[in-house]
Structures are given as C-alpha cells and as structure tokens.
Design a protein around this ligand. Sequence first.
Ligand code: PHE
Length: 451
Amino acid sequence: MAAKGREHFGSGLAAVMAMAGSAIGLGNIWRFPYMVGQNGGAAFIIIYLLSAFFLSLPILLSESILGRSTHAGTFGAMEKLAPGTKWKWLGFLTVISPLVILSYYSVVGGWSIEYLIKASGSGFGEDITSLFGTFIVRPWAPLVCHTLFLLLTAVIVSAGVKSGIERFNRISLPVLFVLIVVIMVYSLKLPGSGEGVRYLLKPDFSKITPSVAAAAMGQSFFSLSLGVGTILTYSSYMKKEENILTSGVGTAAFDLLFALIAGFAIMPAVFAAGIEPGAGPGLIFETLPYIFAKMGAAAPWLSRGVSILFFLTIVIAALTSSISMCEVGVAYLVEERRMTRGKATALIFLGTWLLGALCSLSFGPLSGVKLFGKTIFDLCDYLTSNYLMTFGSLLFVLFVGWKMKKEAVREEFTNGGLLKGNARLFGFVWFLIRYVAPLVILTIFVTNLIA
Ligand code: PHE
C-alpha cells in the first residue's frame, strides 16, 4: 500500500534528470568502452544503438507505465495491479536485485574514491600499472572506501526524493556532461589519438556473433538501469500530467550521448598511449592512470588536473546511479513496512554494506571462497547483469503486454488520450512491448545460458 502524501519530482525535467542520473554511471564509463573494445568497435555500437531504441526503450516505458500508474514502488505496484497473485514475487525480486547490484557497485565506487584521492594527492607514483592489482587485494583501504561511498549514497537518499535525490541529480548531471566533454577534448588532442577515433567509427561486422549481440543488448539493459525496478520507482514519483514517452526518450538519449562521449574520451587516449583496447574491466583503473602519468611527463599539471577530473566524474556518475538503487529498497521499507525514511535508509545501508564488504574482500582475503567457480564479487555481478536484469525486464514487459488491459496501458501512455503524438505511436509501442521485447529478451536469456 502506498503512503499518503507521497513525494513527487518537481517537474518533467527533474524526472528525466533523475532517470538519466540513474542510467549514467559506471556502465557508461567503465563498462561501455571496454565492451566496445572487446567486441568489434563501431559494429558493436550500431547494435547497441538499435537495441537502445527498439528493445530497451519499450522496457523502460513498461516500467514507467507500472510506476506512474500506481504511484507505488515495485512491490506496491504489483500489489495494486495484481493483488494476491504470484506477481508479488516480481515485486520482491526487484527490491532485492538493485540492492545486490548496489553492494558490488559501491565497491567499484569506493575504488574510484581511492583513485580520486590518489590523483589529487600524491599522484599515482612509480608502479602505476601494478597499482590496481595491489590496491584491490588489500583488506582495509578498499573496505574504507566502499563504506565512504555507501555512506554518501545513504546521506543523499535519506534527505528525501525532492531535497535529496532530485537536488543532487539537478546539480550533478550538467557537471558530469561538462567534465566528460573536457576530458574528451584533452584526449582527442593527444598525438596519435586519431587511431582511437577510427576504431570507434569503423565497423567490423565479422566480430558480430550471437553472443556479441547479446552482450550489446545486455550492456544496454545495464546502462539504462532496466529490469530491477529503479526506473519503475523513479517513474512513480512522476506527476500524472508528465509525458512518459518524452521522459523515456530523453533518458535514453542522455545515456547514449554520455556513453559515446565517454568512448571518445577514453579510446583515443588508449590508442595514443599504444595500449591494447580490449584490456577489459581494468581499463579505467589500470590503463588510464598510466596514460595520465605518461602524458604527464610533458605537461605535469595538465595531466594531473585531467586525472582528478576523470576520477571525480566517475565518483559523481556512480553516485547518481547508486542512489537510484538504494531508493528502490527505501521506498519498499517506507511504503510497505511503514518505516521512517531515516530508519529505512540505515537498514539498507547495513545490508548492502555487509554484502559489499564480502565482495570487496573477495579480491583479497576471501579470494579462495568460490561459489559456482566465481568469487563473491564476480558472482554478484554475473548474476545481476546476466540473469536478474534480463529476467526482471522480461517479467515487466510480459506484465504490461499480457497481464494489463491494452486500454489501461493506452490510457497511461497517452495521459487519457490527451497526448496526441503518443496516441499515434501507441500501436507501434504496444507491438514492441507485447511481442518484440519478450522474444528478444528470451533469446538473450538462452544465449547467456548456453554461451
Ligand atoms: N545504469 C547504471 C550504470 O550505467 C547501473 C545501474 C544498474 C543503475 C541498475 C541502477 C540499476 O552504471
């Protein structure tokens, strides 16, 4: 049951900024460039673009329809639309999965804080390439940074939807775009950067296999925060008169733009330094500090400045995402368990801190603890990005496309027929939600299972 006097975002733009804030995160800066690097450059980007608009957007709209029509969090939305049915498990699942993501996400957020501190303080020192490897295996420092990151997240969320989340995103989003453009300009000016630009723009279609296509779509889900109830929850704070199509398209467009700029900020620098572009997850933590240091020989202050800005960008981008994950759990505890916002946030903090601590330690003291052949960190990442997000997305589109009445969906999508443009597009969007999205998600699911 949703509480009375529920908070709302102040305007449509505020809602887009919050959703774009959730979308723009480590996925854009950390994951996107190395996935492009490993999967055939521009060919990967083309599939990514297509899936963002024809697959991810319908899923995003489905979540928005569920959230905005019920003005309730994930659990409450299911209770309202399908009371007393098994759909409540979807409500539960999507309270739990963002919290699992938050746990390991805040470990990476913590690494970024450590790097920001290093960049602003003593710099990266001599052993720059081995720095990452030696840092993450230490027990204490990563744990302290993880705690700090999670604490920042909890403080913002506990301040409320309007005064915490909305305010933080309103300031952060423009700052993020300015920062990443500055870094891109620096990177594009490095001698030898042209090769990186060509790499991003020249498609190599021979690299496109079914599992690469599935990876591109999976990346698009992760980047748009789909299938784990964050978009649903944020949409539930949208007012009835807002247009969910424009906010959805706006969110997808901001997210895409940011990912592309981040690609052009990172790849040209990677090529300028003559480094292998498919370096994998360590790319931004191992490769970039090295590049910054190397460039630093010629212009130490400039390179120091850019590396501070770079890690600041990562920390802020990660925070705009982590608050959205935390809010899903907080909304559940406040609305369904009648807790105060402060208490709910504290509880979520404790739970995710604990799981996150295990994830953090799984690089060092707990590296021998393996489940299904994976460390705790890898297992959380693997389970959420390969299964929980796709599974949640599948259930959301099935719910909207097959469980809800077509007229109820049309009503919500067109604001009761008032939005003429949306009304004209409804047939197409309905087709994507009801048929295309479930089939493609199922295919990805099976590809992930057998790959
Ligand atoms: N979209 C975020 C990113 O790109 C990650 C995220 C996943 C956020 C799930 C919320 C929910 O980093």
